[in-house]
Design a protein around this ligand. Structure first.
Ligand code: ATP
Ligand code: MG
Length: 247
């Protein structure tokens, strides 16, 4: 800021605010145990993501991407290290706190859509609000609005089997958005989609990013990752590279 009121140009000394951290993994390790065999899927991950960032996580099959996603989404816990979400230490929380975080702060989108086949589009979108005890009338209105936002305002009553893959994934995105989460976690959201539907879903993510949401998108397709502003490369449970995406 420049002060011109006194005739001389003076620089304001107000410091620029530090960006707020949405996600922090510190020395994160995750071991899976099957019988006597232990496998270390995450081997000391350091990852810090600011509020409003759009980050892609890339890496070969088995590198630990979904493991990271499950930790970030509070679906699983670390064996060692720390996970801070919005500044709060997740490792100290009990299952009730974790469930509340999953409901209120995080929107999930999965490769397989994970929709309930017997429910119409709007009833699928309504589900997370039922857990959050939102009143019935409000649930329907919000589900409708979320579906309109993803371009499915005319398919409210259709079941997943009556929708294309891309449309089903858009229902899943609407369901992820309906609770107004601060963070969207997407694990291969375009993995089962054709190129047109992939573009539709990625355009939705662009809009969510522009609206200030924090997005973590897991993919093994470089073209998809290049929509993000930052790309984190994982291999054998470690971060190999973390770079700003200039594309
Ligand atoms: N429940 C589990 N028990 C034992 N090992 C597991 C378990 N879940 C994952 N793993 C192992 O941990 C490693 C990382 O798995 P993860 O699912 O995170 O990989 P990924 O990067 O998501 O792979 P993909 O691209 O194939 O989805 C793999 O070697 C996998 O076999
Ligand atoms: Mg995976």
């Amino acid at each position: 800021m420049v002060d011109t009121t006194s005739g001389t140009r003076r620089r304001s000394s107000a410091p620029t605010p530090e960006p707020r951290k949405a996600i922090e993994l510190i020395g994160a390790r995750k071991a899976y145990r099957s019988g006597t065999i232990e496998f270390e899927a995450l081997r000391g991950i350091e990852l810090s993501i600011n509020v409003g960032e759009y980050v892609a996580v890339m890496g070969p099959s088995g590198s630990g991407k979904s493991t990271i996603m499950n930790i970030l989404g509070c679906l699983d816990t670390l064996t060692e290290g720390q996970y801070r979400l919005g500044g709060d230490d997740v490792d100290d929380m009990d299952e009730i706190d974790l469930a509340a975080i999953r409901n209120e702060q995080i929107g999930f989108v999965f490769q397989g859509f994970n929709l309930m086949p017997s429910l119409s589009a709007w009833r699928n979108v309504e589900v997370p609000m039922m857990y959050a005890r939102v009143p019935k009338e409000e649930r329907k209105q919000r589900a409708q609005r979320a579906l309109e936002r993803v371009g499915l305002g005319s398919r409210l009553e259709n079941r997943p089997g009556e929708l294309s893959g891309g449309q089903q994934q858009r229902v899943a995105v609407a369901r992820a958005l309906v609770g107004e989460p601060t963070i969207i976690l997407a694990d291969e959201p375009t993995g089962n989609l054709d190129s047109v539907s992939t573009m539709d879903v990625l355009t939705l993510f662009d809009e969510l990013h522009a609206a200030g949401r924090t997005i973590v998108l897991i993919t093994h397709e470089l073209e998809v990752a290049q929509r993000a502003r930052r790309i984190v490369w994982v291999r054998d449970g470690e971060i190999m590279r973390d770079e700003v995406n200039a594309a």
